[in-house]
Design a protein around this ligand. Structure first.
Ligand code: UGA
Length: 435
């Protein structure tokens, strides 16, 4: 079986390398020639742990190739569509132009009987529309949907050992073809769920909505803890022991960001409105608001610690990526906060182990430094905004010698408070009262 993967971002590059490692011949296609050049050389254009090693190994094996020419995919049995579906600039809805373009571009080359399989996250109803589009273009390929659940930072692991495979199909034959492609994973007892097209599309947005809801739930509890003197970290631990609730995704802090959760819940709301089911997802509006309020609460704490005066104050920001083990800064809560306090007149130094370069492209106004020490140097307050391991293992006693005031706010509830307080730091965190 030969496979093509269209779109070579986080999802596509990982999927292409992973499918090749399962023994298939894979061709990765992208419209960006620079990206394709890098991938051909076995280089990943972004940071994703373990991916570069896998990519290099597969390129060397000769099974994995890359091209900008869709005609190079003409022999493939399955074409996986892995392009982005970002939020539209002036609306909550997803922008489907890349998905539409990918289907239009592959249609003339996809051989009769091959499968065009969407993996991108799309509004429900897109797959049916694209199936119609394929037919209108005279293609004899069949459309299916196979949502992807990988997390950045764990992309390789999640692709090769997913916790489930969901396929939306309209024929037994399509399911059988996908079973052949995923046979090595199925042999490892990965659960297989066959669904219709709308259900497969919905599984993905429902899962991300649930995860976003869990995070905003604990951040709402953090607000209540702040109002009552409670401690959200203890609360989360205590409720998490109930297996019906579970302890994961209950880390209170500055909230969720990235290229997925925020835009997916917004696109889901926009789609529900189009479907006349606005009320069903009205709660997601509140999930979004709670999430954005967490950023504001962090800024309020900074103002409180600096007596409301941010002008010219030296502030150290640890973290720019939307989460650790990633260089992705799309909708990063850390950078949003850094930018807002800089706009208010503060002098902000930012350090991130991997995301400085991407952050600089989006927010060139901030001062990026290349080490924790230079970030802390002379700071009146330190903000811990992305929980990289490097930050969790900072020695607070040594750090105290670098700053001008030993003042820290943990925006991720990931630092050892006792340790920092013992070293003489004034320690604040979201959802925990100050001692
Ligand atoms: C998310 C989903 O977890 C994946 O299953 C999904 O495939 C992916 O979106 C996607 O749609 O492609 P990802 O965006 O990589 O994955 O990141 P997450 O690990 O979900 O984290 C999202 C955000 O939530 C981060 O900013 C993180 O810091 C924040 N978060 C996470 C919290 O604030 N608290 C938590 O307890 C967990």
């Amino acid at each position: 079986m030969k496979l093509s993967v269209i779109g070579t971002g986080y999802l596509g590059a990982t999927h292409a390398a992973a499918m090749s490692s399962l023994g298939f011949e894979v061709i990765g296609i992208d419209v960006d020639p620079k990206k394709i050049e890098l991938l051909r050389d076995g280089k990943v254009p972004f940071f994703e742990p373990g991916l570069e090693e896998l990519l290099l190994q597969e390129v060397k094996s000769g099974r994995l190739k890359f091209s900008t020419d869709f005609a190079d995919a003409k022999d493939c049995d399955i074409h996986f569509i892995c392009v982005g579906t970002p939020q539209q600039p002036n609306s909550l809805a997803a922008d489907l132009k890349y998905v539409d373009a990918a289907v239009d571009a592959i249609a003339p080359h996809a051989k009769s009987g091959s499968l065009v399989v969407g993996k991108s996250t799309v509004p429900v109803g897109t797959a049916a529309r694209l199936a119609k589009r394929l037919a209108e273009l005279g293609s004899l390929a069949e459309l299916a949907w196979n949502p992807e659940f990988l997390r950045e930072g764990f992309a390789v692991e999640d692709t090769l050992r997913p916790n489930r495979l969901v396929v939306g199909v309209t024929s037994d034959r399509a399911e059988e073809l996908l079973k052949v492609a995923y046979k090595p994973l199925l042999d490892n007892a990965v659960p297989w769920i066959r669904a219709d097209l709308p259900t497969a599309e919905l599984v993905k947005v429902a899962a991300n909505s649930f995860l976003a809801t869990k995070i905003s739930f604990i951040n709402a509890m953090a607000e209540i803890c702040e109002a009552t003197g409670g401690d959200v970290t203890v609360l989360a631990k205590a409720i998490g022991y109930d297996p019906r609730i579970g302890s994961r995704f209950l880390q209170a802090g500055i909230g969720f960001g990235g290229g997925c959760l925020p835009k997916d819940i917004r696109a889901f709301m926009a789609r529900s409105e189009e479907l006349g089911a606005k009320q069903s997802l009205e709660f997601l509006r509140e999930i979004d608001s709670i999430n954005l309020r967490a950023r504001q609460r962090m800024i309020d704490l900074v103002r409180l610690d600096l007596d409301e005066d941010l002008k010219g104050r030296k502030i150290a920001v640890l973290g720019a990526a939307f989460k650790p083990d990633s260089d992705d800064v799309r909708d990063s809560p850390a950078l949003d906060i850094a930018d807002q306090i800089s706009q208010a007149g503060a002098s902000v130094s930012v350090f991130d182990p991997k995301a400085n370069a991407n952050a600089k492209i989006r927010f060139p106004n901030l001062n990026y430094v290349d080490s924790i020490d230079s970030c802390l140097s002379g700071a009146e307050i330190v903000l811990h905004l992305t929980e990289w391991k490097e930050f969790r293992t900072i020695d607070p006693t040594k750090a105290k010698t670098l700053v001008s005031r030993a003042n820290i706010i943990d925006g991720r509830n990931a630092l050892d408070r006792e340790l920092w307080e013992r070293a003489g730091w004034h320690f604040r965190a979201l959802g925990r009262s100050t001692r």
